[in-house]
Ligand binder design. Structure first.
Ligand SMILES: [Fe+2]
Length: 207
């Protein structure tokens, strides 16, 4: 077992009782500049009812006067996606690399591949571009954006153990971190080292 895998295993065994692990997603909260479009999108297109909304007059931590609205849209398991609309907030600057917009996303699960396909047709029928379906071997997904520019994924598992492979996961993370740290400490090109790790030396040589 590698040092990092050992550390991970130690962390897992020294973790608090499993009963104290989080049980579900309560809410994922983000800023919106358009509560109206957001409410229409999540209630009508995403079929997630508006189940809670509150207003406050100031930002709790800084005490700055900033009337804001806090909205919650609920999924079937009770978890919610939430938004805050303030007023006069500048638009967020574009990220420094496209990877942020490509990989930052919220994935929502449905039961079957057929349902993912139905979602694609439904979202497209509302004039929204959809990427996919993409067969990731373990999950099957489509991708599109909400009115706030948040990338959403509708996905379904293709294998029941897709999120229950801890040994493999620790090994993958361990290999990644070991390669990264070795490259860093030897002054090698980290990106190249990671590329070689992912594709294998043979394929890397024929690049
Ligand atoms: Fe995803």
């Amino acid at each position: 077992m590698t040092q990092i895998a050992e550390k991970s295993a130690k962390l897992a065994t020294s973790a608090p009782a499993a009963s104290l692990a989080p049980e579900m997603l309560s809410h994922l909260a983000m800023v919106t500049h358009d509560a109206e479009a957001t409410t229409d999108f999540y209630t009508r297109i995403m079929r997630m009812p508006l189940v809670a909304a509150v207003m406050h007059e100031r930002i709790p931590s800084t005490r700055e006067i900033m009337p804001y609205l806090h909205l919650f849209f609920r999924m079937q398991d009770g978890s919610t996606i939430a938004f805050f609309e303030g007023n006069g907030l500048p638009v967020r600057e574009a990220p420094p690399h496209p990877m942020y917009d490509i990989f930052n996303h919220v994935a929502l699960e449905v039961s079957t591949v057929e349902q993912v396909d139905e979602w694609k047709a439904w979202v497209e029928s509302n004039g929204i571009d959809v990427l996919g379906p993409v067969d990731h071997t373990i999950i099957y997904s489509i991708y599109f954006f909400d009115p706030n520019g948040i990338r959403l994924e509708i996905t379904t598992p293709l294998t029941p153990d897709w999120n229950d492979r801890p040994d493999e996961a620790h090994e993958v993370v361990s290999a990644w971190l070991r390669t990264k740290h070795e490259a860093l400490s030897s002054g090698a090109d980290v990106k190249d080292a990671l590329y070689r790790l992912v594709v294998g030396e043979e394929q890397a040589r024929s690049k």
